[in-house]
Design a protein around this ligand. Structure first.
Ligand SMILES: [Zn+2]
Length: 236
């Protein structure tokens, strides 16, 4: 019985590797999806920043054109100054020039503010773009890695299953059928070690007398709490 218990314990170890591999296979598409979502989000952010910069530049161009027009207007007003005949007209023209100049000053300030804003966002944009390029490369590598892993994992799982079945084939049918049922019911964990009087499957205490029997590995003993097959080894 000791050999059989040891054999089924080894089968259990392989079982866990199979489950680990199958979990990885299941998670792979989700991982790829998550990475795609991350890239999309970053792309959208970069796109948004680009749009804002373009908006600010459009606004600045508009203001710069206004400046040109206003400067022309001031020149014309100043030329007109020489043609006025009365002091009243002269004063009125001066006022008009002054008003145009102060409008011009405000527009110039606006242009500067718009330039500053665009500059700030451009810095963010450049950083985001750099980050995007970096992540695109990293994610491409990671995806290739996952694809390769999926391919080799299929093969590994097949090999593991063969190895597990080979071990199970030399175990008596009673033990084997208990194992199969427990694998199904206990998320793949049917055989567990015991340590310090505790079942390492459910972490409940095993009655002392029973624990002593378990450590002998002489007979099939199941955990009174979780029903798992108990096997004792102190080499792990
Ligand atoms: Zn247990």
């Amino acid at each position: 019985m000791e050999i059989e218990l040891n054999t089924i314990y080894e089968a259990q170890k392989i079982e866990m590797k199979i489950i680990e591999g199958e979990t990885k296979l299941l998670q792979a598409p989700k991982k790829i999806q998550e990475m795609d979502a991350e890239l999309n989000e970053t792309k959208q952010k970069v796109e948004k920043q680009k749009e804002i910069i373009e908006e600010l530049e459009k606004e600045r161009n508009k203001k710069e054109k206004e400046l040109e027009t206003d400067k022309d207007k001031i020149k014309k007003l100043e030329a007109k100054l020489h043609e006025v005949k009365t002091n009243k007209e002269y004063q009125a023209s001066l006022k008009e020039i002054e008003a145009a100049k102060s409008t011009n000053d405000r527009t110039e300030e606006d242009v500067l503010v718009l330039m500053d804003k665009a500059e700030d966002i451009r810095k963010d944009y450049n950083a985001s773009l750099l980050h995007l390029k970096k992540r695109e490369k990293e994610i491409e590598i990671e995806k290739n890695h996952i694809e390769k892993e999926i391919q080799s994992m299929d093969k590994i799982i097949t090999e593991l299953k063969t190895a597990r079945n080979k071990l199970l084939s030399v175990v008596n049918n009673h033990l084997k059928s208990i194992y199969m049922v427990l694998v199904e019911k206990r998320s793949g964990l049917a055989v567990v070690n015991v340590k310090g009087g505790v079942c390492l499957g459910c972490f409940m205490n095993i009655p002392p007398q029973l624990y002593i029997e378990v450590t002998k590995n002489k007979e099939l003993i199941q955990c009174p709490s979780c029903n798992r097959i108990l096997y004792f080894t102190d080499t792990e």
